[in-house]
Ligand binder design. Sequence first.
Ligand SMILES: Nc1ncnc2c1ncn2[C@@H]1O[C@H](COP(=O)(O)OP(=O)(O)O)[C@@H](O)[C@H]1O
Ligand SMILES: C[C@@](O)(CCOP(=O)(O)O)CC(=O)O
Length: 395
Amino acid sequence: MHPTLKFAVSAPGKVILNGEHSVVYGKAAIAGTIGLRNILTLQANSLSKISINLDILHNVLECDLSDFNSLLEIIYPIYKNQDLPKNLNHNEFLDKIKNFVLNTKFFENFNVADHVNTLSALFYLLSGILISNDIHKLTGGFIVSMKSGITTGAGLGSSASYGVCLAGSFYFYTKSLKSIDFIERFNKMSDDEQVSIKTEISDWAFCSEKIMANNTICTFGGLVKFYRNQKPTPLKFAKSLNILLIDSCVSRSTAAMVEKVLNQKTENAHRVQEVFDKIEKVVDEVAKILEDESLPTRFRQLSELFSKNHQLLSELNVSHKELDNIQQICARYGLSSKLTGAGGGGYAIAVLPDDYQQRHDEFSKLTEELTGAGYQVRDTTVGNVGFQVDIVKNE
Ligand SMILES: Nc1ncnc2c1ncn2[C@@H]1O[C@H](COP(=O)(O)OP(=O)(O)O)[C@@H](O)[C@H]1O
Ligand SMILES: C[C@@](O)(CCOP(=O)(O)O)CC(=O)O
């Protein structure tokens, strides 16, 4: 037990730049981390409880250490000799964790059933990582506090970022139980050593969100090209890009939009395949531009390709009148926006010129017009750092 241990981890959200929908049918897509992050602080203490302070739950929940240790007592012997998480029987393990979550009293009248996935992800990763490090009992408590910086359920990768924060914090907590200066040592390790630890974290995070690209991006950061169910490949030399993130404030469902495209494909496979092929070309061109170090500016070329990509997605009927309106407003200011993610609502993104901060008046007018039309606007970058961990020093 290390009652003095206090550290913070953070992980960014992500956006898809190009290739949504066609990626479902085997084509490549491009994505990158955004400048918005979830930040989780873990502080060890000598109390006999695990306190959970996730801002999205609006309550501080508490789990008695004895209850958690009883769970470990049951599951440790079953899973201790398995090579976790590689050989973990996910569904069986998750059932045991869900059962624990549903039968634990966390806070007065708190309705656990409404948050079972959020809490199960936490206890899944905590127990799995402890067991894989051969720890079968906790002798001291801790508090985890999450400050959310990413809108949830909007395609910005909040769940992957949440999973990476949880996996990362429990990984470093567990390692610190064995060696208190582990975090300081990690931050001084070579790139290769850090990559191998981050790979473990990303593999654990994959257990809570089964979208390989998202966990890898949120852990390692940067801009990547990826295919469905495969580890993404970093785009070499790709510098981060200034973008405008515009929330249409229209709710959307990824599954419904994917189904909409499937229905069109069933009706007219040839037409839809032609659109996918054109999107593939856009993806290839964008990747080339992002990797070309010699270009003085990427703004104009990328803007053209973003417009084209939005048009192609509209042909798949996954745009929305608000997303089209955003595109028209941006166009009046010389910017091209496209929907990002599944469409039907959610976010649009627009590439910003390198000097947009110097063109303050023009940029403020655009932001005002978008906000006045009912949208939420953030300027940020895409292709930022991924997972980070740091000791928090108490004043
Ligand atoms: N900051 C957070 N704190 C707690 N849980 C989070 C947080 N961010 C995401 N989650 C979890 O992820 C879920 C949202 O996942 P999902 O609907 O796939 O959205 P997204 O597209 O943003 O990843 C939330 O319901 C919650 O379980
Ligand atoms: C439409 C799709 O290509 C992207 C969905 O993205 P998001 O989860 O809405 O950001 C679906 C998918 O790749 O699974």
